[in-house]
Design a binder for this molecule. Structure first.
Ligand SMILES: Nc1ncnc2c1ncn2[C@@H]1O[C@H](COP(=O)(O)OP(=O)(O)OP(=O)(O)O)[C@@H](O)[C@H]1O
Ligand SMILES: [Zn+2]
Length: 689
């Protein structure tokens, strides 16, 4: 797009409604999209910011089955929860719609029909896996088997989560049905395919030549898909949950979830403009202006696993239809991890938005700030609670909050919160005013290039500038001898705070709103920023309050503990119980002399990592046993412990020490070792059996 757009359509990936929203979703998609939308609105642009739940597809039907509810019940629950938590975080969607709505069924159905009637699909009958017991074709995740690439025995029909390969069901080794566990049979079925291969030359031109400005990670992934060559892609499925395929002979078939989901962006716009009063907010435009006019800039915010759908498949669908505009940019992010591990809904390895909002009341902006500051814009990144705490304490509290607080509190103290007049400027004042002027354009340029971290950094630099200005001029020191000078300093300080209220609004809107109130200033737009004319001398300020407060270690430790508990629970849940060994006779068992012994001495075996030399009191004798437990116990800590000893195990020399027997240990799911010992202290030498 070369000319300035007349309006913006901003979409954010539709969260899949089979679980709540987590910080990965936010950092990857919704926080940057919201910053972009808020920034453009502040610039006075005509913006349509679209969100909604993606409510079709196999994982939802599987979940419903597992929980004994209907798919509609699953999506109703999560749609409401997700929508509400987004609202609370201040994600400023114009509409948060859903793909199980009537308007979406109509829109996607018509879309399919148009492509069908225009001859854009190819029909193909092929053999596909079918579960005769469940009487169902096994689409996508209904089938699992061994991944041909990495050997993972639980790879899905569409993807291996272990190695990340995209698969088709026929590639799986030893396929089995997730419905019945049975080996599926082949049965023929007809499907409609979008012949992506036919769009390949056009896509190559459109992306590889005409969109060299796309982010490197996005461009690179597209290039790799295009270099490998595109194949026709099925856009229908044998399933009973989804939008029915609207052509004769397609009974029992629905649109593939990745065909209907992006059309969800379009149906959301239609849904929104159903309310005719809305048009006035958008310069009397219609939904079609936002989707079909060349002077509309369309931007998709997504995470990296959605790149192929938004850069290749959806554009091919739009091109095939013919009346829609194409995305101007798809600023996809890489992935946010959590404390070193991949975020996972199924493993509960996440910080859930609804829980955060509950546990950190009123701290929406801290999360928004920490996620943007650490956003995975060019590579995967890690969220840690320590970093979250540091961002809050060292940046929001110590810089932004401190600066604003100083400016307001001093004005309150010296002038009863009436804005003092600007006097004669000194060189230092002029320097600060010059620098201030640069900020709005600098921040805007970064946002316009989707460099939100950089933009956020500049925003904080403005707070730093204000902080430094007050620290350098020290109004609290010179007030007595030079009150006129202090008026000028605080006037400028307050003007910087007013600028901060404007340029921080896209990032931390709750704080910005509070600051506007504290300054008694009406919400202001981006184009006014950069000057010291925002506040009028003689006007009264509102009441000062603290914008941020310190987050204590104990709060962070509680969150870390919560994650450790999750890790532990996962280990236990996934623990493999070893299969039963072969039967032994009672006589065989009776041959073993197992008795209680007490540890009376313990030391590390030199030059080994794992071995402890134990001296045991067995009731018969005192003897030495070498045991591989040094990584689990400190020698001093186990003296006096009672253990179970296999006392008649043939002696063996280990590292030059003769070991007379073996102590019995229980190994927990996480690999830790525990002594097998009597529940209460007994006489050394007591027999076990
Ligand atoms: N850890 C993450 N970091 C960045 N973006 C993410 C992350 N997880 C998901 N996303 C993005 O969030 C958007 C919505 O995700 P979606 O609802 O499809 O969930 P998902 O990818 O299945 O995630 P999960 O399996 O964790 O629920 C997608 O664009 C996806 O790429
Ligand atoms: Zn694999």
């Amino acid at each position: 797009m070369t000319n300035k757009p007349s309006r913006y359509t901003i979409t954010s990936a539709l969260p899949y409604a089979n679980g709540p929203v987590h910080i990965g979703h936010l950092a990857g998609v919704y926080v940057p999209a919201d910053i972009y939308a808020r920034f453009l609105r502040s610039k006075g642009e005509n913006v349509l910011f679209i969100g909604g739940s993606d409510e079709h597809g196999v994982p939802i039907t599987i979940r419903a089955k597992k929980e004994g509810v209907t798919p509609q019940q699953v999506v109703d629950k999560y749609h409401v929860q997700i929508k509400q938590s987004f609202e609370e975080l201040g994600i400023s969607f114009d509409i948060y719609s859903r793909t199980s709505s009537k308007i979406h069924a109509e829109t996607s159905s018509e879309y399919f029909k148009k492509l069908y009637e225009d001859g854009k699909f190819i029909e193909q009958t092929s053999e596909q896996y079918y579960d005769p017991k469940a009487e169902q074709f096994l689409a996508d995740r209904y089938i699992i088997g061994t991944c041909p690439k990495c050997g993972n025995e639980n790879a899905y029909g569409d993807q291996c989560e272990k190695c990340g390969s995209t698969l088709s069901p026929s590639e799986l080794i030893n396929p089995r049905s997730t419905l019945s566990g049975e080996k599926p049979v082949m049965k023929s079925t007809k499907h409609w395919f979008l012949p992506l291969d036919q769009y390949e030359p056009w896509l190559k031109q459109w992306i590889l030549e005409d969109h060299k400005n796309w982010k490197t990670n996005v461009y690179g992934q597209c290039k790799s898909w295009l270099d490998q060559g595109l194949q026709p892609r099925a856009v229908t499925r044998d399933l009973d949950w989804g939008v029915p395929v609207p052509v004769a002979g397609a009974e029992g078939k629905v649109l593939y979830v990745w065909f209907d989901a992006p059309i969800g962006y379009i149906s959301a716009a239609k849904d929104y403009f159903k309310n005719s009063e809305i048009k006035a907010v958008h310069k009397n435009n219609t939904w079609e202006d936002f989707w079909k006019k060349d002077d509309t800039k369309l931007v998709h915010f997504i995470g990296k696993d959605n790149i192929v759908f938004h850069c290749i498949i959806f554009p091919a669908m739009l091109k095939a239809e013919g009346s829609y505009i194409l995305p101007d940019n798809v600023p996809a992010n890489e992935f946010m991890n959590l404390e070193g591990d991949k975020i996972s809904t199924s493993r509960n390895w996440a910080v859930w938005l609804h829980e955060y909002l509950e546990e950190f009341k009123g701290k929406q902006d801290v999360l928004r700030y920490a996620l943007c500051a650490n956003a995975p814009e060019t590579k995967d990144n890690d969220f840690t609670w320590r970093d979250f705490q540091a961002r809050n304490n060292n940046e929001l509290v110590a810089i932004y909050g401190n600066f604003v607080n100083r400016a307001l509190v001093l004005t309150h103290k010296y002038y009863d919160s009436v804005i003092p007049a600007l006097g004669k400027l000194e060189a230092s004042d002029e320097g600060v005013i010059m620098m201030l002027k640069e900020f709005p354009a600098k921040i805007a340029a970064s946002i316009e290039q989707y460099r939100f971290r950089e933009a956020l950094g500049f925003m904080m630099d403005l707070a730093r500038l204000g902080n430094k200005y007050l620290a350098d001029t020290e109004p609290w020191k010179i007030y007595k001898e030079n009150p006129e000078r202090v008026k000028t300093i605080l006037h400028i300080g307050l003007q910087i705070a007013a600028n901060l209220a404007i340029v921080s609004e896209p990032f931390i809107p709750f704080t910005s709103a509070k600051l506007f109130t504290m300054l008694n200033l009406k919400a202001n737009t981006w184009n006014n920023a950069g000057t010291i004319d925002l506040l009028k001398a003689g006007d009264q300020l509102g009441t000062a309050e603290l914008l941020f407060d310190k987050i204590e270690d104990a709060t962070i430790e509680a969150q870390v503990k919560k994650l450790e508990d999750t890790k532990q629970a996962n280990l236990l849940a996934n623990a493999e119980v070893k299969p039963l060994k072969e039967n032994v006779s009672f006589d065989d068992f009776a041959k073993m002399d197992i008795r209680v012994a007490t540890i009376i001495a313990a030391e590390k075996v030199a030059k080994t990592k794992k071995l402890l030399k134990l001296t045991l009191k067995t009731g018969i004798d005192e003897r030495t046993v070498v045991s591989g437990i040094a990584e689990h116990f400190e020698p001093e800590a186990i003296i006096g412990q009672q253990v179970s000893l296999l006392a008649n195990l043939a002696p063996r020399e280990i590292k030059g020490i003769v070991s007379q027997g073996m102590i019995l240990m229980a190994e927990d799911a996480d690999g830790s070792l525990k002594f097998v010992q009597p529940a209460a202290v007994v006489n050394a030498g007591s027999m076990i059996g």
